[in-house]
Design a protein around this ligand. Structure first.
Ligand code: NAP
Ligand code: GLV
Length: 308
């Protein structure tokens, strides 16, 4: 019984040491060494090829190296294989830092000051208090809830939107498609922390973004596929939106010459909002393999038919 690890070799050395110390009963192999494919019951990967999946006749669990699982080709996966996304503290900590940084940058007009600076213009903008800046988060899962928790002490009015109804202290929660317009109308800064699924692809489009109040701004830390790029560009150019912080694009890397590289009202980062920490990830996997072996529910198991 072994885990096949197919991600970054340097991080793999940390995983290997933790498996050796804390779970010596679970074999740990990577593609650089020879292994018996029949011994592999667990696979930890970002985007495994169909050929790799086919070569593992006894695979039970596919673990994503990251929080998202949209990069998996589910059609290549036998129906009995269970899929688990990554839940570990490093991903949450990174996302909380990034989302807070992005909210504060937008709230304190850094995009406008960046433009003014290019023209050597010293033009103070009237301060808006945090209590007057409404922040909304799409996706109230592991990350959305952590981000809302970090924003609460600033005093921003907070709201959130999810598929099923949620109750979160201090957050005005909305659920389902029918509640989306009411939610959007109350967001001065909208943060997308949805998983990419058939239902959420293209959800940040002209129809939804134009329901935000005039002058609102977007933070997309979900996936590039959530955003209809041309719609964002035209809403920025006609002034309906005042700015966007984008950590994800489709495709990645963003092609040379793409307008997002140079748009004055876009702050762009190369998919770095959060990164899986190898120590937290190895321990999360060991705990889930133990739960699986004991017939207990695993943390972060994905409903394959739902896509998240
Ligand atoms: P999660 O715990 O699975 O939470 C997903 C949330 O989205 C849930 O609240 C869910 O609603 C909601 N949702 C899903 N489909 C929906 C729909 N059709 N309509 C409304 N709400 C919907 O996921 P997570 O761990 O927070 O991660 C979220 C995403 O963040 C990941 O999938 C990944 O794409 C992205 N991410 C990005 C980075 C980065 O570096 N940029 C890093 C990590 C993760 P329910 O509550 O009703 O289930
Ligand atoms: C990164 O985007 C992740 O899904 O962890």
């Amino acid at each position: 019984m072994a885990l096949l690890y197919t991600s970054d070799p340097e991080r793999g050395r940390i995983w290997r040491a933790i498996f050796a110390d804390e779970a010596p009963d679970i074999g740990f192999v990577d593609p650089s060494e020879s292994y018996d494919p029949a011994s592999i019951r667990y696979l930890a990967a970002w985007a495994p090829s169909a050929a790799l999946i086919d070569s593992l006749p006894n695979l039970d669990l596919l673990f994503s190296i990251g929080a998202g699982i949209d990069q998996f080709n589910m059609d290549a996966l036998p129906p009995h294989v269970r899929v688990v996304r990554m839940i570990e503290p490093g991903i949450v900590a990174g996302m909380v830092e990034y989302a807070t940084m992005a909210v504060l940058a937008l709230h304190r007009n850094l995009i406008d000051y960046g433009i003014a600076r290019k023209h050597a213009r010293w033009t103070p903008i009237k301060l808006v208090s945090a209590g007057e800046r409404r922040i909304g988060v799409m996706g109230l899962g592991n990350l959305g809830q952590a981000v809302l928790g970090a924003l609460r002490p600033f005093g921003f009015p907070l709201s959130g939107w999810s598929r099923s109804a949620r109750a979160i202290d201090g957050v005005d929660c909305h659920a389902g498609e029918a509640a989306l317009p009411g939610f959007l109308a109350g967001c001065d800064i909208l943060i997308c922390l949805l998983p990419l699924t058939v239902e959420t692809r293209g959800i940040l489009c002209r129809d939804t973004l134009s329901q935000l109040p005039r002058g609102a701004a977007l933070i997309n830390v979900g996936r590039g596929g959530h955003l209809v790029e041309q719609d964002l560009l035209s809403l920025l150019d006609d002034g309906h939106l005042s700015g966007a912080v984008l950590d994800v694009t489709e495709p990645e890397p963003l092609p040379t010459g793409h307008p997002f590289w140079t748009h004055p009202r876009i702050l762009l980062t190369p998919h770095v909002a959060s990164m899986t920490r190898p120590d937290g990830a190895a321990r999360a996997l060991i705990a889930n393999i133990r739960r699986f072996a004991d017939g207990q529910p695993m943390h972060g198991e994905v409903a394959r038919d739902r896509g998240y």
